[in-house]
Design a protein around this ligand. Structure first.
Ligand code: UD1
Length: 416
């Protein structure tokens, strides 16, 4: 298995371009299932999760050509089953459920099962589909959904779920009548999906707020569209720049999506300048310890919690990092402690006492964002850090070692 080797201590300098968003690409690729004819999608990142959703669509009978742009034609859906093998490698495979039920009147999708960062159930997706008139059974580890025609309904999400909002928004586009989603997720990826669906001819109003209204239409048509920049990738490079005391321009990103992080990095002593189509982050002063609480958008993203904890590990005091979105999302803590960080976890809080330096060590990635945090720690650690199980990072960061080395980091991938 591949490893990533890092020799820490270099200040990052230069420019880095942000790739298309993984979490926007996945639902938008799934939304092609609602149309007949060729959809053309630009700015699709080259990631393992994208390969997985392409395989999943191909297994449903969908034609796929190219990578970026990606061309998708779902005129002939020959199979409505998402197998366990595909779903188990990527929970977001659940995103085919809503479109399949809406277009085909049925779907059989493996239950995602456990996940490294918590239970992550899909009960809210299923309840919403039931509210829209689908018959839902759980059999042999699969969700079986059936309906003659989905009906518009008023749906209240107990928790603002991102993929839940996306799944039901897609399903509602072809339902009979109007659907109201209350306590909907407000993430920019939901807005990107709604924009694409509207270009397909859907009637979605209010995406980006907690109340989304969808008026069902008879059919949708294919589109040519562009995926938004990946705000989590951008945020990871922003933290890396500040952490190493570097000076980096992060280009082709949307600063408006990063307000919570910009605010925290300013508090922590970084200098941030908004540029046209990007931003510049400069560190170098002492890192001020700040408290962090993860929240749904527009709060501080849970997907940047692990990376921010590395910055706080080198802070000038004590920082409390509270994770309120997922339980069990502190698996990076033990690995960071092996690199010299001083962190105590109490329930959903990590108390991070700043230390003067981290030391390189062999570490193991446990999930996507945890592996990003270990790479960041390696960039500032004294000596060599060897990261194994890098397939986690390949799920969500395009060419991370190439992008970081272009900024001056001493990082390489060793094929194994
Ligand atoms: C999405 C993102 C992921 C991000 C997360 C939170 C994608 C592909 N993934 O994941 O990167 O970390 O949002 O910003 O976009 N929940 C339930 N029942 C449900 C659904 C969710 O209890 O039916 C709970 C979850 O366990 C979690 C919370 O709701 O505690 C939020 O999860 P959710 O927003 O659904 O995360 P994902 O959409 O899986």
């Amino acid at each position: 298995m591949d490893k990533i080797i890092i020799y820490g201590g270099e200040k990052l300098k230069g420019e880095v371009r942000v790739s298309g968003s993984k979490n926007a690409s996945l639902p938008i690729i799934a939304s092609s299932l609602l149309t007949e004819g060729w959809n053309i999608l630009h700015n699709i990142p080259d990631l393992a999760d994208i390969t997985t959703i392409k395989k999943l669509l191909v297994s449903l009978g969908v034609q796929i050509e190219g990578d970026n742009p990606l061309r998708i034609n779902a005129s002939n859906i020959t199979n409505c089953e998402a197998s366990y093998d595909l779903v188990k490698t990527m929970r977001a495979s659940i995103l085919v459920l809503g479109p399949l039920v809406a277009r085909m009147g049925r779907a059989r999708v493996s239950l995602p099962g456990g996940c490294a960062i918590g239970a992550r159930p899909v009960n809210l997706h299923l309840k919403a589909l039931k509210d829209m008139g689908a018959k839902i059974d759980l059999r042999d580890g699969y969700i079986e959904a059936e309906t003659s025609k989905l009906k518009g309904a008023k749906i209240y999400f107990d928790i603002a779920t991102v993929t839940g909002t996306e799944n039901i928004m897609m399903a509602a586009t072809l339902a009979e009548g109007t659907t109201l989603l209350e306590n909907a997720a407000r993430e920019p990826e939901v807005v990107n999906l709604a924009d694409v669906l509207n270009h397909m001819g859907a009637k979605i109003y209010g995406a980006g707020t907690t109340m989304i209204k969808i008026e069902g239409v008879e059919s949708l048509h294919p589109v040519e569209d562009t995926i938004m920049p990946d705000r989590i990738e951008a945020g990871t490079y922003m933290i890396a720049a500040g952490l190493t005391g570097g000076d980096v321009k992060i280009l082709e990103c949307e600063p408006a999506h990063l307000d919570a992080l910009i605010n925290k990095l300013n508090e922590a002593g970084m200098d941030i300048t908004i540029l046209n189509g990007g931003l510049r982050v400069a560190g170098g002063k002492k890192i001020i310890s700040v408290d962090i609480k993860t929240l749904p958008y527009p709060g501080f993203p849970t997907d940047l919690q692990a990376q921010m904890m590395v910055l706080m590990a080198l802070g000038n005091g004590i920082s409390v990092v509270r994770e309120t979105v997922f339980e069990n999302r502190f698996m990076h803590v033990n690995e960071l402690m092996r690199m010299g960080a001083d962190i105590t976890v109490e329930e959903n809080s990590a108390i991070v006492r700043g230390v003067p330096m981290l030391r390189g060590a062999p570490v193991m990635a446990t999930d996507l964002r945890a592996s990003a945090s270990l790479i960041l720690a390696g960039l500032v650690a004294c000596g060599k850090t060897e990261l194994s199980r890098v397939y986690h990072i390949d799920r969500g960061y395009e060419c991370i070692e190439k992008k970081l080395s272009s900024l001056g980091a001493r990082i390489e991938r060793v094929r194994g």
